[in-house]
Design a protein around this ligand. Sequence first.
Ligand code: SAH
Length: 251
Amino acid sequence: MQVYFIGAGPGDPDLITVKGQKRLSEADVVIYAGSLVNPALLGKAKQGAAVYNSASMTLPQVIDVIAKAVAENKRVARVHTGDPSIYGAIKEQMDELDKLGISYEIIPGVSSFLATAAALQCEYTLPDVSQTVIITRLEGRTPVPPKENLASLASHTATMCIFLSVHMLDNVVRELMDGGYPSDTPIAVVQKASWPEQKIIRGTLSTISGQIKAQGIDRTAMIVVGRCLEGDYALSRLYAPEFGHMYRDAT
Ligand code: SAH
């Protein structure tokens, strides 16, 4: 295998997987998503590796770099932020490589919505609160299918992780409330989760917009909304003393 799509993780260079780091350190050519991948990760690339920042490249240019490297028997690391399956635009790259008969492997990464849970020290799936996590975004230049509009997703009042939308927080809040979240629902915004400059802002649907404006946060942030961010929940059945299961008898 010569081509690897690698999830770089959310920012902290230690949050790449062991396998991802290994493949990165072996690559002759590294193409990384410069807007979000921590440049510190490039320090793990091999000395003399050719490094490309995909932020200023088009899809054909990226494919061209990969195809040339493969033709020269070189190894390529295509490094995406978080996990490449989430808003990573890898499908279009894979389809082009398929057309060229170039095979590849994907190495998953820690998505930013998971680093955000760690930063918030929260559990998204609390018994009696929510057993569902919705990953979504507000429509921007990329359209969102009408059946997935934020208000309709909000009607489930499940835990929601909203990507790519903090610069439109007023609209996010409006749609969440239109969809059925009460105005006192807890919401948190985490900017640059796992980076040294990580910032956490907690509020409610009625307060968050003002808080975010005051902090000047308008990019690289995750929005989390739901009652999982506050105190009330039921204890898990898994660890309940009176609840036995395959690996442990009830006491
Ligand atoms: N594939 C990435 C997401 C890319 S889309 C992943 O799995 O995380 C880019 C969006 O991800 C940003 O607009 C922001 O909403 C979110 N994001 C990426 N890195 C982040 C971080 N360190 N902290 C908070 N949000 C982040």
